[in-house]
Design a protein around this ligand. Structure first.
Ligand code: FPP
Length: 246
């Protein structure tokens, strides 16, 4: 019996965010170069995306490249950028067939031109799709995002378009690069690391967190279903007490 059969399809999270960690260790365990782990991780992305279509998850945000990842050896960074270009270009047709719309968050202007172009083309050709929104966090970090939002709010205050007293959750939200998406209800991190690594720090304030030892390239659709089942066993109280929820 698959974990899928135990999932309550009327209570699946609308938005799931994933830190796809462990590609490098997975490759090293097999005596391969780290890049082989990233390439193999693409299959796990396909599996999880299919899982989202089957479960009716509307938004999937994947942490594909952080602003800190530039500090990795040049060979790995170049390889990762090529992999992004190749994957986005090769998968667009399949994304389109499955009703997936591509988005990205992050400092896109600093990405190599080929990567920017692949993203622009991928977003354009999937723009009308409505089943799943696939959001790639590329050259993203939450502190970068919050600094951009702060600058833009400060500018509006300076130009008298906004009063300091009116700054609230919603004002911050609309200045984030993720403004078009709801906050994730569920965040998965693979590979046994228990950190947020500068990922969606504002948006994850009330998110249920799930950590698994499985390395990303080994993460299957069944593992994804099991994670969602775990989510469904939790009580989300948002600062209230159990009795208030019923
Ligand atoms: C972290 O593992 C993973 C990454 C920095 C890259 C993830 C990217 C992919 C799986 C490619 C997906 C492509 C698209 C277009 C969605 P790590 O290298 O930090 O692993 P380690 O902790 O074992 O070293």
């Amino acid at each position: 019996m698959s974990a899928f059969d135990k999932i309550n399809l009327s209570k699946t999270p609308k938005h799931i965010a994933i830190i796809m960690d462990g590609n490098g260790r997975w490759a090293q365990q097999q005596g391969e170069m780290r890049l082989f782990g990233h390439t193999s991780g693409v299959e796990a992305v396909r599996e999880v995306l299919k899982g989202c279509v089957e479960l009716g998850v509307e938004y999937l945000t994947l942490y594909a490249f952080s602003t800190e990842n530039w500090n990795r050896p040049k060979e790995e960074v170049d390889g990762l950028m090529n992999l992004m270009v190749e994957t986005i270009s090769n998968e667009v047709e399949e994304l389109h067939k499955n009703g997936v719309r591509l988005h990205s968050i992050g400092d896109e202007a600093q990405l190599p031109e080929a990567c920017r172009n692949a993203l622009i083309a991928g977003k354009k050709s999937t723009a009308a799709n409505k089943k799943v929104n696939l959001i790639l966090a590329l050259n993203y970090s939450a502190r970068w995002e919050l600094i951009q939002a702060t600058k833009s709010i400060a500018q509006k205050v300076k130009e008298h378009q906004l009063e300091v007293a009116d700054i609230n959750d919603q004002v911050i939200h609309v200045h984030l690069c993720s403004k078009d998406f709801p906050d994730p209800e569920f965040m998965i991190r693979t590979s046994g690391e228990y950190r947020l690594s500068n990922f969606l720090l504002w948006q994850l304030a009330y998110t249920e967190l799930y950590f698994t030892d499985i390395l990303w390239p080994d993460f299957t659709k069944e593992d994804f279903y099991n994670a969602v089942l775990d989510y469904q066993s939790r009580e989300r109280r948002f600062g209230m007490v159990s009795e208030q929820l019923t």
